[in-house]
Design a protein around this ligand. Sequence first.
Ligand code: BYC
Length: 344
Amino acid sequence: MQQTPGPETPAQGTPAQETPVQGTPSEEAPDSVNMSAFEDTIARDQRIEPRDWMPDAYRATLVRQIAQHAHSEIIGMQPEGEWITRAPSLRRKAILFAKVQDEAGHGLYLYSAAETLGADRTDLTQRLIDGRQKYSSIFNYPTRTFADVGVIGWFVDGAAICNQVPLCRTSYGPYGRAMVRVCKEESFHQRQGYELLLTMMRGTDAQRAMVQDAVDRWWWPSLMMFGPPDDDSPNSARSMAWKIKRHTNDELRQRFVDMTVPQAEKLGVILPDPDLKWNEERGHHDFSTPDWDELKRVVSGDGPCNAERVARRRAAHEEGAWVRRAAVAHAAKRTARLREGAVA
Ligand code: BYC
């Protein structure tokens, strides 16, 4: 039976149990004692919480991944955001507006999760716009037609779901809990993308050609979203041991391919890989190797839109400085008023 998008939802990816009080930090205890409590919590599949002792490298890995994830959500507003003013109907405009707004919300949950680890959001933003921190390679490709909006929903949000549903069970509590809500929204985003494409495929020959062209352009970059192959992924082994990551990059890429092939058949598009075929023995689809040199180029800043995306983020940050100043002034006034009220 063919599948339409109906990915796992966080409800199926049951989060790990809450950490009991046993993991509380003990400033007086030697690091070896704290380390064994930490390892024990991980081994029992329970969660590390902000108050718990954790090794510096665990904290640094989480800040790196969560910040990169947050930046991806915020930069990821740009490719589709460009189509809000050009959406073909009021309905499509309202849907797209809501989706792009959701991505901003995801960025906020994730920056908040990074803050629980002691990271400073202003500093993280500065690192992004100085090119010292990464964001997902996928957002460095242009959105040429409205079909790209549908294909981003189908492929990019679909890939995000494959990657993020297991992150609902990540070992760090605030990250896992943020993922539960993010995944619910991503699941909706994926369905809206697929529904948009179904509508276009029922339209004219020109619309069908537009969908196929978008599929051809986004397929390989979407496979690259999962990161380098496992034997070239320096962070995977440690992140898996700490249960930050629950599956390797290649496992999730395979899951995405297996999920997407029947959806493509139902839609009536051809995925641009002549070697893509079901392998009975493996119980998975075989597919060609993505161009890993392209991923390296795009991640290191040399993709089609890297400069444009970062410049736009920098401009938005600078233009928003007065809003941040106003919010701080408002909060100070409010606190002062509350204090006066408490005194009176
Ligand atoms: N792009 O050792 P590896 C969304 C980096 S947005 C760029 O495998 P790791 C959406 C990697 O960071 C959600 N960089 O790393 C928004 C590392 O560099 P550093 C996007 C990449 O961390 C709007 C180096 O390469 N999802 O859904 O074990 C509209 C070596 O890699 C990429 C996330 O952010 C890449 N594709 O695994 C629509 C998921 N791949 O940091 C939708 C959260 C690798 O050592 N992140 N790198 O300098 C993760 O799950 C993991 O960080 C990754 C990489 C699987 C991406």
